[in-house]
Unconditional design. Structure first.
Length: 187
């Protein structure tokens, strides 16, 4: 699907793709980017971003071949459905080429994008798309993507009454340390 400027986009929002991926992985017991690519008809970079988000949310177990064991006990699909509905995202993510994303990859996306965004939110107590855009020095599209992924992973909560437009973080430094340790164990 292309937008009015000719940029290639996925045909669903990231939260909708994340929910579909969780449902697929729960049924299969494992998840890998090629299966998500084929079954959900999404690009490989988008599939990797979804798997990165599942990992920081704690839904993935050990590596199994080129994929991961999916931990159904940690992923409550009803909670994920609720988070997807609460986000109400209408943003259709841009598609990166496989070649361009290969340089970043799984480790680069977790350590270079998701963990810094999560740490920023914990430091300031809340996040919004424009706040991420400014603090991480990323373009609006990347900020939307990261915000949606952190939201479906369960890290964004209620509206911040002090800072309108932002959502409060549901994780503190102790939780971040656990997420960081899990990411480091994937090296």
């Amino acid at each position: 699907m292309k937008d009015n400027k000719g940029a290639l986009k996925e045909n669903r929002t990231l939260p909708a793709i994340f929910l579909a991926a969780c449902e697929l992985a729960a049924g299969k017991g494992s998840v890998d980017e090629k299966t998500l690519h084929k079954k959900l008809r999404i690009r490989i970079p988008t599939a990797i971003k979804i798997i990165c988000t599942m990992d920081i949310a704690g839904y993935l177990g050990e590596r199994k071949g080129k994929g991961f064991v999916f931990s159904c006990g940690k992923c409550n699909l009803e909670e994920v459905r609720g988070r997807v509905a609460a986000l109400g995202s209408k943003y259709l993510p841009l598609v990166e080429s496989d070649e361009a994303f290969a340089e970043t990859g799984y480790d680069g996306y977790v350590r270079g994008i998701l963990l810094p965004a999560l740490k920023t939110g914990i430091f300031y107590g809340s996040l919004s798309v424009t706040f991420l855009e400014r603090k991480l020095s990323v373009v609006y599209e990347r900020a939307c993507e990261v915000y949606d992924l952190l939201g479906v992973a369960g890290f964004l909560g209620a509206d911040d009454e002090i800072n309108p437009g932002r959502k409060l973080m549901t994780i503190g430094y102790d939780g971040y340390d656990a997420v960081y340790a899990r990411a480091e164990s994937r090296k």
